[in-house]
Write a protein that binds this ligand. Structure first.
Ligand code: FES
Ligand code: FES
Length: 229
């Protein structure tokens, strides 16, 4: 499976290296953008007039490309938890920021904690990959299905993973919980028979300051064993 954008979980699992898993797990597209922009500017590829232009709609461009120039506030359309939604964002707006502050209604399940790809509280699924929402650009999510913790339950019915977290008391302050739920959901969707080692590897990019990891792992294993009612 792939982890947070470009992390093959099997790699992390097989290497048993959390740090390696973390590094591969989260593609820092925000840093890539800055690096690309700096390179483009240095190479004279982006004209000042273009940089200053006010683009009002990016709907025609489903996926941002290296050659695409966006500036000012742009309107994009995203597939969020199965529904299409138009949002106004700046090119620099992160996917997490867009969902929490630009979506209607706001999707605040994914948490902003470290804002630098360390804690995993903002974990979400983008195009089938687990990503750190704080490191992804909203404009790069065009054309991809975005799923947040709000999209896991069916109506009033929680998902098996969500129920297991409740049953195994896998949350204290709760800031890390949505990220862990997304990481484990992604893991079990790809490895329904995951063992403890794989589950731990899947959570390598998620931190809990309250020390709930043992309960989190117990919850995940209970889903594997069909224990979640
Ligand atoms: S808020 Fe995104 S990894 Fe911590
Ligand atoms: S439950 Fe508090 S940080 Fe994890």
């Amino acid at each position: 499976m792939s982890g947070h954008d470009a992390r093959p979980e099997t790699d992390a699992h097989d290497s048993a290296s959390n740090e390696t898993g973390r590094a591969a797990r989260f593609a820092p597209s925000r840093r890539d953008l800055m690096r690309t922009s700096a390179s483009a500017a240095a190479a004279g590829l982006v004209a000042p007039a273009v940089l200053g232009a006010q683009s009002t709609s990016a709907l025609a461009a489903p996926v941002a490309s290296a050659a695409e120039t966006l500036s000012g506030e742009v309107e994009i359309e995203l597939s969020i938890n199965g529904a299409q939604q138009k949002l106004k964002v700046e090119p620099r707006t992160t996917l997490l920021d867009a969902l929490r502050n630009r979506a209607n209604p706001p999707l605040t399940g994914s948490k902003l904690v470290c804002d630098r790809g360390n804690c995993g509280a903002c974990s979400m699924n983008e195009g089938g990959k687990l990503v750190y929402g704080c490191l992804q650009l909203a404009v790069d999510a065009r054309g991809k299905d975005v799923r947040t913790v709000e999209g896991l339950q069916q109506g009033d019915e929680l998902s098996a993973v969500q129920r297991a977290f409740c049953e195994k008391d896998a949350s204290m302050c709760g800031f890390c919980t949505p990220g862990f739920v997304m990481a484990i959901t992604h893991c079990l969707e790809n490895h329904p028979k995951a063992d403890l080692e794989r589950i731990k590897a899947a959570c390598a990019g998620n931190l809990c300051r309250c020390g709930t990891q043992p309960h989190v792992f117990e919850a995940a294993l209970s889903v594997v064993q069909g224990g979640a009612k």
